[in-house]
Design a protein around this ligand. Sequence first.
Ligand code: T1G
Length: 710
Amino acid sequence: MSELISLTKDGEVAVITVNNPPVNALSPGVPEGIASAIEAVSKDEDVKAVVLIGSGSTFIAGADIKEFGKVTGGEKKGGSLLPLLLAIEDCPKPTIAAIHGTAFGGGLEVAMAFHYRVAAASAQVGQPEVKLGIIPGAAGTQRLPRLAGVEKAVEMCAFGEPVKAKAAFECGIVDRIVEGDLLAGAVAFAREIIASGVTPQKSRERNDKLGDEQTNAPIFAAARDQARKTRRGQTAPVAAIDAVEAATKLSFNEGCKRESELFQQCLFGDQSKALIHVFFGEREVAKIPDVPKGTPTIGINKAAVVGAGTMGGGITMNYANAGIPVLLKETSQEFLDRGLATIRKNYSNSVKKGRFSQEVMDHRMALITPTLTYDGFEEADIVTEAVFEGMDLKKQVFGELDKVCKPGAIIASNTSTLNIDEIASVTSRPEFVIGHHYFSPANVMRLLEIVRGKATSKEVIATSMALSKKLKKVGVLVGNCRGFVGNRMLAPYGREAQFLVEEGAAPQDVDGALYKFGLAMGPIAMGDLAGLDVGWRIRKEYKHLEDPTVRHPLVADRLCEMGRFGQKTGAGWYRYDENRKPIPDPEVDKLIEQASAEAGIERRQIGEQEIVERTMYALVNEGAKILEEGYALRAVDIDIIYINGYGFPAWRGGPMWFADTVGVKNVYDRISEFHAQHGKVWEPAPLLKTLAEQDRTFADFDKGKITATA
Ligand code: T1G
């Protein structure tokens, strides 16, 4: 056999092992190797049964995603796994797939072609293809309903969530859970099958679970409704539902043909390219050129958080969720009690929703130690400061922490915009100071902006990247400019949204256009959610830095002067009912018209296209400046930040990927028009000009394919 596939024997049981680290993907050579092994054992009279198992940490985790780009780019023709799966299923000897780790995508499809499946209790199975903008392409939508029933199959194929081994056993995907050594358990299972003399049934011939039109119609209708609500704008989930529905209406072969048509449609669509870009991007961001893999890291066994407000409480939960004991300090019992109560309420809500048990909640609460003093901080490996967003207070806290924390402890600030170097300057350990900028709600949003100070050591950066994975966050290293990356780009984005309102669009027009574009929430409503007073305070703090020669939005300050801070005061740009539903407010419309008149602006009709271009290209232009100034390592880092921190639709790949799909030159030309119309705030970024002139993309920039920028 090849080095990818090995074939051994345990008595009369043949064992095929896949050796394609790190995830035993079905890369070129792996399907071929399995096919050869199946052919060999079919002819070997001494072999009475066959087991397939993965080496290393997992069973086959799917097709090799790296290969898709070659297929859609025309570099190679896509191969089908279907013949291999039929060969496995038609093997004259009982075949058993032994699953550990994750049998995902093509991995599960291969396993379902085996006559039986046994799994380790910790294993998971799934068809996560929709998360890549595609659908199962190797009869997964046809075999899964035959093994697990239609409802389970639709849920797994349309929404892509993994299923644990126990649940997979209960619904019929797995035939046995193996305790102890998986291979030994699988071989023993094979010997039972041999001894039973039973002729194995082929999954493709099992039609008893396919239900009928009457039972299936409501299942598909409910799935389509859920996809509309929870996967808004995405094409793959609907295609997956159509493919599973075909399994209930067509023969197996016809169903496979229908699945293949739908798979090809998705694979060659823009959404799949964007989602595959995001898949690899979420892993790329962990790669830091001057902090190589293997950089020593600091063990994080004890943590502490200063500040039990919304952010501090959420950060504390992240550590407790990861099983790390964490101190939570406040300045008064009242604030401490309030913070703990919020944490307890959040956990209770999760228990009520069945996300985890009361026992898990109790364990997590037990890991949190509230305190009014710094007692115990000397044992913490990392302390995260999450106090009020003011430089003086942060400096005071960092000065105190520098005294109480042990040598070598990391001190991180959750600041969202303030200068990390200035904060570090009040400590004796600037190399251990770093920004850990979480996004609210900190226990939910996956993004963690890791802000590198001038003195921050490589070990502290490497530790922060490893810690973000342990906290189930996506850690992205950013530079220490004002607003870092995400919030720095949010400024021109929010500015344009407000300018559009002052020029003629209603707030709900701007939000509506961007919601339709795919954003979770429009910029005007997002301002009300975050609190208009936050930006108001920052504008007042930095008033002296504002450029007097450019126009600034007027309405948000007026709303704040009226005490309309947004949801927290029941009214901001919108009024809010008891369910926090935004309601356009005629009083605000009047205020907007007054502001337009004051700014000498003649209001006009503004279409959705301009709303999307003015706001999205504001993001892109600022992102290009950030890249050329070196505050983000790659364009994909900016994409991952916006998808995981700001609700940018992953199926559009992120703002920089979106610019590539529009065409960088088209974006540049449009920005040049805005520059002519609206003045210097729209000065095109030099990198954007360079890319446009060289007919390059931001993806090319990431690959180092452009010559130096201006
Ligand atoms: N193909 C290629 N590379 C892959 C890969 C895959 N399927 N899965 C992971 N990698 C790389 C990844 O980029 C990283 O590389 C390294 O492996 C470790 O990954 C026919 C068409 C399995 C749960 O969607 O969910 O089958 O950064 O950091 O945290 O119908 O990887 O080290 O260079 O994520 O332990 C369906 C995707 C494909 C599974 C392991 N399968 N992978 O998580 O490691 S489509 C998937 C995962 C398909 C069929 C269709 C996770 C994991 P590098 P990692 P991990």
